[in-house]
Ligand binder design. Structure first.
Ligand SMILES: [Zn+2]
Length: 187
């Protein structure tokens, strides 16, 4: 089985009067993140990590920021495209780990909701999604939200596909045999 690792980074400035969307979840907060799309810095970092893991470019190469189609777009669309690239390359997500760096709001109370949503978007169990947050101590980045993400992928191994195929054959045979053994031929 072959494995891949991917890394993604993103940052967006805070802006008054727009909703704050992180990890596909809208949080109650007076300021949101500026951006051409919904500004979801966390999903953008995960999207870049996925694309990077299969050397498929980056979020900007799939969704140019000057393209009016992506104005205010739900970033789940970007993540979904990246996931498709991963699958096309023959891989699936093992786990993802992330760190958010922002002065506020506190992520702790929302982390479970963010994990659940990211897990749902990636189609993996929430035990495979890490959401961590730090405040920007000494970095001077209080006016921005920053996200880092790493993903681990494993290949859809041929062995597994062959195993799955042969187990289908076996179960068919079993059924045929038990049908035969049953002797009434009325299945
Ligand atoms: Zn972004």
């Amino acid at each position: 089985m072959s494995m891949r690792i991917g890394y993604g980074y993103d940052s967006h400035a805070f802006r008054d009067g727009v909703p704050l969307v992180l990890g596909g979840v809208t949080l109650e907060h007076p300021r949101g993140l500026a951006g051409h799309s919904d500004g979801d810095v966390l999903l953008h970092a995960i999207t870049d990590a996925l694309l990077g893991s299969v050397a498929a470019g980056d979020i900007g190469s799939f969704f140019p920021p000057d393209d009016p189609r992506w104005k205010g777009a739900d970033s789940a669309i970007f993540l979904s495209e990246a996931l498709q690239q991963v699958e096309l390359a023959g891989f699936r997500v093992v786990n993802v780990d992330t760190t958010l760096i922002l002065a506020e709001p506190k992520i702790g109370p929302h982390a479970a909701k963010l994990r659940a949503r990211v897990a749902e978007l990636l189609n993996i169990d929430r035990s495979r999604v890490g959401i961590k947050a730090k405040t920007p101590e000494g970095t001077g980045t209080e006016q921005a939200a920053i996200a880092h993400a790493v993903v681990l992928l494993e290949s859809f191994s041929l062995d597994i596909l062959l195993e799955e195929e042969s187990s289908v054959e076996v179960s068919l045979e079993d059924e045929q045999i038990s049908g035969f053994m049953g002797g009434d031929g009325q299945q």
